[in-house]
Design a protein around this ligand. Sequence first.
Ligand code: ZN
Ligand code: ZN
Length: 117
Amino acid sequence: MLPEPELFARCPLPGCSRFTDVQGQPCDDCRKAFGEMIAHTPGGAPLTAADQAARDAETLAAYSGHTAIIAAAVDQTGDDADEGVTRSNQLCWLCDQRRRCTRVDGRWECRDCATVV
Ligand SMILES: [Zn+2]
Ligand SMILES: [Zn+2]
């Protein structure tokens, strides 16, 4: 399914998310930055909003797939590898002090805070 075209045209240059006056034409900033280099339009037809959205959807899907893979990898190594470890000079999430803290539920807790219920 294609994403809804947006209400306002966005600059068609990949990586630029600024609005543009005319659908399929680069925004003023990109024009200024790239000048002649972006004057060429293959086939003479500017991208339609739907084409542009479809193109970007592929890229975004690829990115989010990549992010999911990385997230899964991080899950496996486990952020909890530190769980129960005690280390000095950690920022306690409860009292905001740098102290000797123990890793509890993915956060550093100093001994004083750990004993307060
Ligand atoms: Zn732009
Ligand atoms: Zn503390």
